[in-house]
Design a binder for this molecule. Structure first.
Ligand SMILES: Cc1cc2nc3c(=O)[nH]c(=O)nc-3n(C[C@H](O)[C@H](O)[C@H](O)COP(=O)(O)O)c2cc1C
Length: 166
């Protein structure tokens, strides 16, 4: 039986991971903790937050564990996410891949990630003023402005269905 391992910065991926573990009744570990308690080659469903289109922790996790599936958590709404491009960029081949919308809560960010988001915010504001934003960026600008979490149990439905059919 696979376990769930998550890598989270501001808590959205952790929340999804723990909810999923509860629904499926499987153990859940942070990536940091998993390295100490799980054996090499253990079956894992990996969930990582998205940072500049990179699924954080995936590269290391796939070297250590036997990944049965991967889930990226970002702030973009699912209909605007290019799944094939994300899989290509992260070199995720031949594995079930899911995307969930987490959220963006600036007060939960610190250090380099806070800085990166403030650079992104000012560049989006400039783009918005010029009217040159893509639909994805318009949505990102709105989310950055409003902030908030989109984590909901219902979003896990497709993962739960896939898991139960494995
Ligand atoms: C520096 C930085 C870069 C990000 N890059 C992306 C991105 O490329 N695509 C995306 O959808 N979300 C991006 N996000 C948003 C996060 O993926 C989102 O807030 C997610 O819910 C974070 O999960 P966590 O709370 O588990 O850390 C970025 C956030 C930060 C702070």
């Amino acid at each position: 039986m696979a376990v769930i391992v998550f890598e989270s910065n501001a808590g959205h991926t952790e929340n999804y991971g723990r909810m999923l573990g509860e629904i499926l009744n499987v153990p859940v570990f942070s990536h940091k903790h998993a390295k100490n308690v799980l054996g090499k080659g253990e079956a894992v469903f990996f969930m990582g937050w998205l940072c500049a289109d990179t699924v954080k922790g995936y590269k290391k996790a796939q070297k250590t564990f036997d990944l049965c599936g991967v889930c990226a958590v970002g702030m973009t709404s699912p209909e605007l996410v290019d799944i094939d491009q994300l899989k290509r960029k992260n070199e995720i081949n031949g594995k079930p891949f899911f995307y969930l919308q987490g959220g963006l809560e600036l007060d939960k960010l610190s250090g380099i990630y806070k800085k990166m988001m403030s650079v992104a915010t000012s560049s989006l504001e400039k783009g918005a003023a010029k009217g040159t934003l893509s639909p994805k960026d318009v949505q990102m600008a709105a989310l950055l402005k409003a902030g908030g979490s989109c984590v909901q149990k219902e979003n896990l439905q497709s993962i739960v269905e896939w898991w139960n059919q494995r």
